[in-house]
Design a protein around this ligand. Structure first.
Ligand code: ZN
Ligand code: ZN
Length: 340
């Protein structure tokens, strides 16, 4: 038996779960709390049941059939990141060799598929066949490694820009929203050498963001010219509208922040998509191939993303977990399952 936080129909429960008997498993160290976890509790992503948590840092504690795992080749006792998604390999998209699976299993999001437990707000996680693990460099702290999952998502957004653009012609890239997601996107853009600028309407959020290191920011979007791409990490209708208005002709807007229905704007200038010949892209989740580069960015970037953690919650503290998910604050929380 081991402890886990289970989501079921708009509520979280602390429960003891029986071992499912998977040949490979993880002892969870810690899990970053993501905006999606808030959407889960607010019942915007289904009823469950499942163990929540997908920004996973853990230690391989059972490795009876390593051939069932993908990603890095790992040893017992090694510290790893888990890529949360697993493609089914059977649906039409999988068979057509597209990267999108219409039946994708995601740790921390997919209802119980017995016997495996699925998210990492838990003491242990049983690893399904096809799970991709990535080794965490020894010198990297657990807190920093917790950003690998969002960073992999950020890389997915940035590569949409770099794949489409002739980099020598690429002008400014603006990131809207200075929360943890926006700062990961900013960090990834810096790593790729883009001329990236950060903006948040909330001055307190901007001031908080600066704790990770020097940032290239703008105080106002007014009069900003030569913007080739805007990535909306704020996830509000207002920010998306600003993005479409701000971006230059022929540019790209990427929606990164809005994953569930949000209030629609009273009026959205959709004609600008046509008038400016815009490309509008989204990013639904991490692409597995981006985890190694995400870890490299975390290894090499001087920006101290781990300073964004303002709240450390023990797995036992169900009330605090619920409160953290119900009342978001500036900064990021982490749920601690065990220590090294
Ligand atoms: Zn997430
Ligand atoms: Zn599939």
């Amino acid at each position: 038996m081991s402890k886990a936080i289970i989501y079921r129909s708009g509520k979280l429960y602390k429960e003891e779960i029986e071992e499912g008997g998977s040949p490979n498993s993880l002892r969870v160290l810690q899990t970053g709390v993501c905006g999606s976890d808030r959407h889960i509790l607010a019942q915007r992503l289904g009823d469950g049941p499942f163990v929540i948590g997908h920004e996973i840092v853990g230690i391989v504690d059972k490795l009876e059939r390593p051939e069932l795992l993908l990603g890095d080749s790992v040893q017992l006792g090694e510290r790893v990141i888990v890529a949360p998604g697993i493609n089914c390999g059977k649906c039409r998209n999988c068979i057509m060799k597209r990267k999108y699976c219409s039946n994708r299993f995601v740790y921390g999001f997919t209802p119980f598929a017995s016997p495996e437990r699925n998210g990492s707000f838990a003491e242990t996680m049983e690893l399904r066949a096809g799970t991709k693990l990535f080794k965490i460099p020894d010198a990297m702290s657990d807190d920093r490694a917790s950003f690998a999952e969002i960073m992999a998502c950020a890389v997915g957004a940035i590569e949409k820009i770099t794949d489409a653009a002739n980099l020598s012609d690429l002008g400014k890239v603006v990131v809207l929203g200075a929360g943890p997601a926006g700062l990961c996107v900013y960090t990834a853009a810096k790593f790729y050498g883009l001329d990236v600028h950060l903006y948040d309407i909330n001055e307190e959020a901007m001031a908080f963001a600066r704790r990770i290191g020097p940032l290239q920011t703008v105080n106002s979007l007014e009069g900003l010219e030569g913007v080739s791409a805007v990535i909306d990490c704020a996830g509000s209708a207002r920010a998306f509208t600003q993005a479409v208005e701000l971006v230059d002709i022929g540019g790209m807007v990427i929606e990164f922040g809005a994953f569930v229905p949000a209030a629609a704007p009273a009026s959205f200038p959709f004609w600008l998509i046509c008038q400016k010949d815009l490309t509008i892209r989204g990013i639904s989740e991490t692409y597995d191939r981006n985890f190694p580069v995400a870890l490299r960015i975390l290894q090499e970037s001087p920006l101290a993303l781990e300073r964004l953690f303002t709240e450390r919650i023990q797995l036992d503290e169900l009330d605090r977990i619920v409160q953290c998910l119900e009342t978001p604050t500036i900064g990021k929380a982490v749920v601690i399952s065990s220590s090294r």
